[in-house]
Design a binder for this molecule. Structure first.
Ligand code: GTP
Ligand code: MG
Ligand code: ZN
Length: 336
């Protein structure tokens, strides 16, 4: 069966691209749906007639498109993007699927640029585009936003405040008419507050931060997809303590385009930007053009991503050699 127009799914991001995903996948009695929330053995999905629970037997992520039939939801249709982290307990965890935009939130009163850079790398690796939202801009110390913009030159940085409303429309415009965005950032960054501002409704629960260090209290506990009134889809997420890079080497490169440009000018193609002569990266650091903190952040993320990459994609096992009789063992050095 060919997918119909499914008016009821349009607020959930149904468009020609999604329709094409389902072509040839729908039998009679089946319908397309988008995963709105995932629980242990069931998921809340949005189908053409509204949101309802379905049984699931395969792992699904918020944002997945699935075929629903008599048995519940089938496996996810191929994802065009997948925001994932290395999870210390479960290996890899997909946080959100089929997102176009990752909104990396960074609270202006407790800016942590290195965390933002980690999240930018995960966003680029996911195949979505990142957008940095410096939240609580009404509390920003003078010059902070300009400083962050300079550090992340090349990234789309918007300062946002739900107190005075600045930046909210800009974020809204990025999502219309049918793009999907996921909010990423530490607990207390103001993700759910921004979701409510975009929804024009206090639907997401918002929590006070701790008075001393401004950390959040992990108010949001599950990932949830909501439709925005002016078009576009938003996924609110809980602030995560651990965001392992899961081999995101490409994402790290894309998050540091300035360093990639400099590295092209190094004398040696395999320059490690530490001790080599003619290193353009070290020269930029010495001259003050490259902030040492940014370089340190790049080195840390790159090393972590490379280590993860080896873990995630282990080198192919060497084919087993038939055991040789002992008297041939002196030839062992000739192997390879
Ligand atoms: N001054 C100011 N405070 C804000 C702004 N946005 C959010 N807050 C406050 O920051 C606190 C945390 O907001 P939340 O929206 O719950 O933060 P969150 O990122 O969803 O946190 P988790 O759900 O724990 O991950 C609340 O007390 C909000 O009122 C803002 O633009 N300006
Ligand atoms: Mg929240
Ligand atoms: Zn170099």
């Amino acid at each position: 069966m060919t997918p119909g127009s499914y008016e009821g799914l349009k607020p959930y991001g149904w468009n020609d691209r999604v329709s094409a995903l389902f072509a040839g996948h729908l039998d009679s009695g089946e319908y397309p749906a988008r995963v709105v929330r995932v629980e242990r053995i069931r998921a809340m999905v949005a189908g053409p007639a509204g949101e309802h629970f379905v049984a699931t037997t395969v792992p699904l992520a918020v944002g997945d498109w699935v075929v629903v039939g008599g048995e519940g939801a089938g496996p996810p249709l191929p994802r065009w993007s997948s925001l994932a982290r290395a999870d210390p307990d479960h290996g890899a965890q997909v946080l959100a699927a089929n997102v176009d935009l990752v909104i990396v939130t960074s609270p202006a009163d407790h800016a942590n640029p290195a965390r933002v850079e980690r999240e930018l790398a995960l966003a680029w690796q996911s195949q979505a585009h990142p957008l940095v939202a410096v939240t609580k801009a009404d509390l920003a110390p003078p010059g902070l936003v300009e400083e962050l913009r300079a550090r992340w030159s090349g990234a789309d940085v918007i300062s946002v405040s739900v107190r005075d409303g600045r930046g909210v429309d800009e974020v809204r415009q990025r999502l219309a008419p049918d793009l999907t965005a996921v909010l990423l950032g530490p607990s207390g960054a103001g993700k759910s507050s921004l979701a409510n501002a975009l929804l024009d409704d206090d639907r997401q629960v918002v929590g006070e931060v701790r008075s001393g260090d401004g950390r959040g209290r992990h108010t949001t506990t599950s990932r949830q997809l909501v439709c925005l009134p002016g078009g576009g889809v938003l996924i609110d997420t809980p602030g995560l303590r651990s965001l392992g890079l899961l081999g995101a080497t490409v994402g790290v490169e894309l998050a540091f385009p300035d360093l990639a440009d400099l590295a092209e000018q190094c004398r040696f193609g395999n320059c490690s930007h530490t001790v080599e002569p003619g290193c353009a990266v070290s020269a930029a650091e010495r001259s003050g053009r490259l902030q040492p903190e940014r370089l340190a952040s790049f080195r840390k993320l790159q090393a972590e991503a490379q280590t993860d990459e080896k873990r995630v994609t282990p080198l192919p096992a060497r084919p087993k050699q038939p055991r040789r009789p002992k008297r041939w063992s002196r030839d062992a050095d000739d192997e390879d």
